[in-house]
Design a protein around this ligand. Sequence first.
Ligand code: ADP
Length: 299
Amino acid sequence: WVLVIGSLNMDLVARVPHLPAPGETLASEGFATVAGGKGANQAVAAARLGAPTAMVGCVGDDTHGRLLRDGLRHEGIDLRALRTHATQPTGMALIAVDRASRNHIVLVPGANDTLGTADLDAAEASLAEAAVVVCQLEVPMLTVQQALQRAKAAGKTTVLNPAPARPLDAALLAQVDWLVPNEVEASMLSGIAVTGIASAQQAAAVLLARGCAHVLITLGAQGVLHAHAGGMQHHPAPVVEAVDTTAAGDTFIGGFAARLAAGASAAEAIRFGQAAAALSVTRHGAQTSIPTLREISAA
Ligand code: ADP
């Protein structure tokens, strides 16, 4: 099993002629609601890519919450530890996108911000069954810390996607088997501007020295750098025609975790995660672009 502990959001995306100025009221030219949240996206990816998956999270008692819950249930994700908060709204991202694809984003953490120790207690059965536990940073840091600590104590493999980027202390990093940042997050965590393989190697060395067992820096079309005590390997990405890289990182992490949980080697899990992410960038959308195991096998 893969257990994902993290966020669920509804993204409200309005297309606008230009980004609004302070005080300006603007009519949209198009609108869509898109299911997201890094936690939910990674859970969907793990489930579609072949792992029995459970999700620990919190939504509001509202239409968005019901839609997100139904969506995850439809993917076959175990939702015993998905809580509904009585008063907080479901997490939202209010996104305005102009004609040049620039955006303004207001994040409403809502129910995600209430995820806490009691939720981890409620997820004990799921934790016991899990082989791999995956966290991100869109829920309270204390919850992430405790989740990783409990998972390690129970002998599980822990994966942390440090997104959105925030400083992490050594005590937390020591609980992480696989730290999986993208270039922006790796730069922020290491203090080294990561722009390619060479700088990723430098950043990975800094992060290893801070106590992570493995660092996997995702480098977009340049693939993944894997750093660990035994050395560093670069795994190139499949060459594809990218049309929309939204959720590429989430797809990689879900696929990687799914394969690790199935007992694959690190190299095989990285290859599989990249095959899935490469397919996702050839399609538009976030959760909708995440491929299934069957599609990977056919590719
Ligand atoms: P994020 O979405 O978090 O910014 P990345 O952009 O690093 O993450 O992408 C994650 C993974 O998705 C990459 O390591 C790679 O395997 C795959 N990927 C992303 N962009 C491309 C691309 N243009 N071509 C092929 N694979 C890609």
